[in-house]
Design a protein around this ligand. Structure first.
Ligand SMILES: [Zn+2]
Length: 232
C-alpha cells in the first residue's frame, strides 16, 4: 500500500471495529496508513447491569474505544452520539456520515454489511443501517456538492473514496493476513472491558474465527471483507 493512504472505519458501536477489522487496521497502520474511526453510537444499551445508566455506559464505552484505538495507532476517534439500537437511515445520520467522509478524505472506507443475514450478531439492526448509510454517503452524497450544501459552507469539499471494504464473514471476496497483528487485535479488544466479561472465552473465540477465516487463503489468521471498487 502506498505511504500515507487514508482509511476511515465507520461502524455502529464501540468494539465493532475491533471484532471486525482491528487486525487489518493494525497491519495497514504498520504499512503507513493513517486511520480514523467513526462510531455512530456510544453503545449505551450494551449492559446487563441493572444499576448502569445509559449516560454512564456511553462514557465508559467511549473511553474503552479510545484506548483500543490508541493500542492500534488509530489517529482520530469521532463519536456521532446516536442512541444505541436506534440508528435510522435518515437525513441527519446521512449528513453526519458525509461530513466525516469529507473531513477525513479517505481513499478506503471500511464499514459493516448492510444486508440482513441469519447471523443475529453480524446482522444487528444498527450494523445494517450504518452499512447502508455509508454506501449511500460514499456514492453519491460525499462526491456531489449539491448534497448537504451546508457542508460546503463548513469548508468541506466533495470527496470521492476509491473503495469500500464491508466487514464480515458472509460471502467474503477479500482476505487480509493478520498473522502478525492478531496480538494487537486482541490487545485492542481487551480494552472493551465492559463488553468482554469472560476474556478467556472471547480470546479463544476470536482466535478460532481468525483461524477459520484464514483457512480459505492458507493464512494462519485472517479477517475477511467484501470489496467494492468505485470508478474514478
Ligand atoms: Zn455492534
Amino acid at each position: 500500500m502506498a505511504e500515507g493512504r487514508r482509511i476511515t472505519v465507520i461502524v455502529a458501536h464501540p468494539d465493532d471495529a475491533e471484532f471486525g477489522c482491528a487486525g487489518s487496521v493494525a497491519k495497514w497502520i504498520r504499512e503507513g496508513a493513517k486511520v480514523a474511526y467513526v462510531i455512530a453510537t456510544s453503545g449505551n444499551k450494551g449492559s446487563g447491569d441493572r444499576a448502569m445508566t445509559s449516560e454512564r455506559l456511553a462514557r465508559i464505552r467511549e473511553e474503552e474505544q479510545r484506548k483500543a484505538a490508541e493500542v492500534l495507532g488509530v489517529e482520530a476517534v469521532v463519536f456521532l452520539g446516536y442512541p444505541d439500537g436506534e440508528l435510522e437511515d435518515a437525513p441527519p445520520l446521512r449528513r453526519d456520515v458525509v461530513r466525516v467522509i469529507r473531513q477525513f478524505r479517505p481513499e478506503r472506507v471500511v464499514t459493516q454489511n448492510p444486508f440482513r443475514t441469519l447471523n443475529p450478531y453480524g446482522s444487528h439492526r444498527d450494523h445494517r443501517t450504518i452499512g447502508g448509510v455509508v454506501l449511500d454517503a460514499v456514492y453519491p452524497m460525499a462526491r456531489d456538492h449539491l448534497y448537504f450544501p451546508e457542508l460546503l459552507t463548513e469548508g468541506l469539499k466533495p470527496w470521492k473514496a476509491r473503495e469500500v471494504y464491508l466487514m464480515g464473514r458472509d460471502e467474503p471476496d477479500l482476505w487480509v493476513d493478520i498473522t502478525e497483528t492478531l496480538d494487537a487485535k486482541l490487545k485492542a479488544l481487551a480494552c472493551h472491558q465492559s463488553q468482554v466479561g469472560d476474556w478467556q472465552a472471547v480470546e479463544t473465540r476470536v482466535r478460532e474465527w481468525a483461524q477459520e477465516t484464514g483457512r480459505a487463503k492458507g493464512y494462519a489468521f485472517a479477517e475477511s471483507f467484501r470489496h467494492i471498487a468505485l470508478a474514478r
